[in-house]
Design a protein around this ligand. Structure first.
Ligand SMILES: NC(=O)c1ccc[n+]([C@@H]2O[C@H](COP(=O)([O-])OP(=O)(O)OC[C@H]3O[C@@H](n4cnc5c(N)ncnc54)[C@H](OP(=O)(O)O)[C@@H]3O)[C@@H](O)[C@H]2O)c1
Length: 281
């Protein structure tokens, strides 16, 4: 197999949960450009249709596959639709997730009064919302004896970030699940079934834009937004001195999805401009 064939996703079918979001959308476009047929998942059917249409107009293959990652019936129905359309599922990226304001320890909210419903909501979306799609889409992968599952974790799982207590705990659980499941699936279903994670550093998304940039202030002369105090702290602690661009996750996603990483399972790969390597000194 040539080196290009190892990285090619030709003939593979991929599902991207959170494909309607900033990072999942970029990875969905990237997998499609590498040859995969991509199902774009999110609750917003109109956005899923738009992302899939953009991929198709770029000359690649995609379908919208709306579903809620916390609703097993909607996941099972989406899986049946996918298998009916394309016959198999080979790649699952779990990018649905994020924090929520009522679980953010900031202002009047301290650790001692984080509402249980907010805590369970953020842990549920990020952890259970990763487990359920793997149960549903991983089963046909286990039957066929191969597949690549890629969970989207966060730097918050490895380094303590103020404010995001429940989110960080949930992403730490995603890291642990990644390793646990890599062992379980390889032992029970063979070396073709792999589970890895990507831990993005800091990227401007819809959820964190207002937290990291002054959305209402005039931009800098180069057109870039000015940063909030927290946004500036993050850039100052990132050796590369900037936020990531969503497209900068694509190389890692293609590598983990493709045969080029066929002996790699159970890793959490940082894509973070050096954030996790830096001590701050
Ligand atoms: N941005 C960053 O700097 C950063 C850093 C580290 C990790 N991450 C992680 O990367 C992932 C993507 O983040 P992002 O920045 O791209 O955020 P985003 O643009 O807000 O995307 C979040 C995605 O999650 C989907 N989603 C939320 N609840 C869902 C549910 N119940 N069922 C199905 N889909 C659901 C949303 O789709 P619908 O609204 O259509 O349902 C959307 O596609 C998240 O897991 C996040 O924690 C982000």
């Amino acid at each position: 197999m040539s080196i290009w064939e190892q990285f090619s996703l030709n003939g593979k079918v991929a599902v991207v949960t959170g494909g309607t979001g900033v990072l999942g959308g970029a990875m969905a476009r990237g997998l499609a450009a590498a040859g995969a047929r991509v199902a774009v998942m999110g609750r917003r059917a109109d956005v899923a249709r738009q992302v899939a249409a953009d991929i198709v107009s770029a000359g690649d293959e995609a379908i919208p596959l709306p579903a809620d990652v916390l609703d097993e019936e909607s996941l099972k129905s989406a899986c049946r639709t996918l298998i009916d359309s394309w016959g198999s599922v080979d790649i699952l990226i779990n990018a649905a997730g994020g924090n929520r304001p009522d679980a953010t320890v900031f202002g009047d909210l301290t650790f001692f009064n984080v509402p249980r419903v907010a805590l369970e909501g953020v842990v549920g979306l990020n952890f259970t919302g990763t487990v359920l799609p793997i149960q549903v889409f991983g089963e046909p992968m286990a039957r066929q004896g191969n597949g690549s599952i890629i969970n989207i974790s966060s730097m918050a799982a490895q380094k303590v970030l103020t404010r995001v207590m429940g989110y960080s705990a949930a992403k730490a659980a995603v890291d642990n699940l990644t390793r646990w499941l890599a062992v379980d699936l390889a032992q029970k279903h063979g070396a073709g079934l792999r589970v890895n994670a990507i831990a993005p550093g800091f990227f401007i998304g819809e959820q964190n834009r207002a937290l990291l940039t002054n959305v209402d202030a005039p931009p800098r002369p180069d057109g870039a937004p000015t940063l909030t105090e927290r946004g500036q702290q993050i850039v100052d602690h990132t050796p590369m001195g900037r936020f990531g661009e969503p497209d900068e996750l694509i190389g890692a996603a293609i590598w983990l999805a493709s045969d080029a990483s066929r002996f790699v399972t159970g890793i959490v790969l940082p894509v973070d401009g050096g954030f996790s390597a830096a001590s701050g000194i």
